[in-house]
Design a protein around this ligand. Sequence first.
Ligand code: ATP
Ligand code: IP8
Length: 285
Amino acid sequence: MNNTNTFIDLIIKFGGSAITDKNTFETIKKEELLIAANCIRSCREAGLSCIVVHGAGSFGHHQAKRYQVNDGFVTATTKDELDFKRQGFCLTRQSVTKLNQLVVNCLIDVGVPAVACSPGSSWEVDKKLPVRWPDEIIAGLVEKGFVPVLHGDCCVDKTLGCCILSGDTIIKSLCNAFTTRRVVFLADVAGIYNRPPDQPGAQLLKSILVNSDGLIQESVCTSQSCNDVTGGIQLKLKTAIDIVVQSKGRCPVFVTSIKSPDMNEVCLGKDSINHWNATSITMHS
Ligand SMILES: Nc1ncnc2c1ncn2[C@@H]1O[C@H](COP(=O)(O)OP(=O)(O)OP(=O)(O)O)[C@@H](O)[C@H]1O
Ligand SMILES: C=C(C)CCOP(=O)(O)O
């Protein structure tokens, strides 16, 4: 799948940690969501083409964990276990699409022509990796001036029966298909730290340089919320590195806080990287 004639200025993830309270069931952070929506409006006013992907946060992760949706059907051996798993799939989907409605409504309310593109009903997945998805539909929406809004979702998996597809993995597929100018991950922390930010001595890594073989020099220790089923910040860092490598360094990736005063500039790519309170992940020259 490669649609390199489609140029996307910005693919942005509204992290589940940024727009929801991950520890409290189905709880949105309204103010933060509005900040992110206004940022997209500013980007569009500056002429940028954008795709938004949002995480699940406390919508979806709780149900996915309880019903072990990410393990697929292969771990369910009896009819009751299969029924239980299917129910978990449906409830997880309902939850993430509920959040998707809130995100899309907020974007539309601030004047962004946002269109929900839910992966769960259109992406083909095998062993947790996307194998086919409607890239031309998404490209068409962007070309016509819309902002597609995708999200982490549960999907039918060819081998496993079902799985969870993280918004991070979705972003990697989008970057693989489209010529993407920059990717920004909005989180509830300032960026990637050398160790979990709640640990003493944690320092923000302003720059992570990636070698062409995908190795980085910085050592990064991570932790993950007990309600997270998709790999936490570790998956984000891996995704960021993969995007930099697969684009041969042409697509820089940034991780920043949804509350950072620099967020708009990070997204617009205006100021010098060094001044931002953010992490840039770029190719080692
Ligand atoms: N070394 C680290 N650097 C930065 N954040 C870290 C680190 N280790 C752990 N974290 C935690 O990772 C969290 C952000 O990752 P998370 O996977 O929750 O992001 P998200 O994309 O917003 O969530 P979701 O998967 O729900 O969309 C932060 O709340 C932070 O506390
Ligand atoms: C839990 C579900 C359904 C999706 C997870 O997506 P993510 O929050 O982007 O990792």
